[in-house]
Write a protein that binds this ligand. Structure first.
Ligand code: FPP
Length: 254
């Protein structure tokens, strides 16, 4: 059974779903002799800019790795400051998202976030759930391995209850239990700050994604940087395990 998650015919120059590992806030601050939290504060400004830049460039879904399951291990005051920034951001953005028709969704174990953050998240997700043109997904308390463990539990429960047959195991059946159920896979994954790791981010969903690494630190990342990443993506040939000739028969015949 062929297993390509997307037919080559669906290829477009603009990635439908862009996912970003926002990295470099701390280094941005250190370079300026500022506390790390200043880097995060500037990082939130970039989140605002990039959210609308992506839509302007034709992207339909943007996923931002805002807080990983491992980030709890940072110094307590930094975790507290990040949660404070997140709550402030959500409080400010609700009206903007409603006005500009941005749907907000989350992936991750959001139930472990502080009550204030959860309240604002729930209100924003609910208030924007009818919008269909553009979606911002915040990965919060997210990690691919915890996601896989949670999905395995959901899948096992479905088998136990009889709604899923053990012998019908398939990627599609399993993926219904991931946090990303119903979302398209990312086409392009960007990481800022010069690091070239995936850091437990969308490991299963990015199976066929293109990766783009840039040395730009997240607080300095601009619409032009995003456009450059998308232009680079447009030049690539996504083959999904096929040959170049299969994917692009017209060019092969020339
Ligand atoms: C990595 O920079 C970034 C994070 C751990 C969190 C990203 C968070 C934000 C941009 C702000 C909050 C987000 C929202 C959506 C309100 P780093 O601190 O690891 O940088 P470093 O590697 O240079 O130290």
């Amino acid at each position: 059974m062929p297993h390509a998650s997307k037919a080559p015919a669906e290829r477009t120059a603009v990635p439908r779903h862009v996912a970003i590992i926002m990295d470099g806030n701390g280094r941005w601050a250190r370079q300026r002799g500022l506390p790390r939290i200043e880097g995060h504060r500037r990082g939130v400004e970039t989140v605002r800019t990039v959210t609308f830049a992506a839509r302007d460039l034709g992207v339909k879904m943007l996923t931002l790795y805002a807080f990983s399951a491992e980030n709890w291990n940072r110094p307590k005051d930094e975790v507290g400051a990040l949660m404070g920034l997140l709550e402030l951001y959500l409080r400010k953005e609700l009206r903007t998202f409603v006005r500009d028709r941005v749907r907000l969704m989350t992936i991750g174990r959001t139930e472990d976030l502080p009550a204030g953050v959860r309240r604002h998240l729930a209100a924003t997700v609910e208030a924007t759930k009818a919008f269909t043109d553009y979606t911002l997904v915040l990965a919060l308390n997210y990690g691919s391995r915890t996601e896989a463990a949670d999905a395995a539990r959901g899948y096992a429960a479905a088998v136990c209850s009889g709604s899923q047959k053990l012998d019908d195991a398939s990627w599609e059946a399993f993926a219904r239990h991931l946090y990303t159920s119903g979302m398209p896979d990312p086409d392009l994954v960007i990481r800022t700050s010069g690091e070239t790791r995936v850091s437990n981010f969308l490991l299963l969903q990015a199976a066929y994604a293109e990766f783009f690494f840039t040395p730009v630190l997240w607080p300095d990342f601009t619409k032009a940087d995003l456009a450059a990443a998308i232009a680079d993506y447009a030049r690539r040939e996504r083959r999904y395990g096929l040959t170049s000739e299969q994917v692009n028969p017209a060019a092969a015949a020339e």
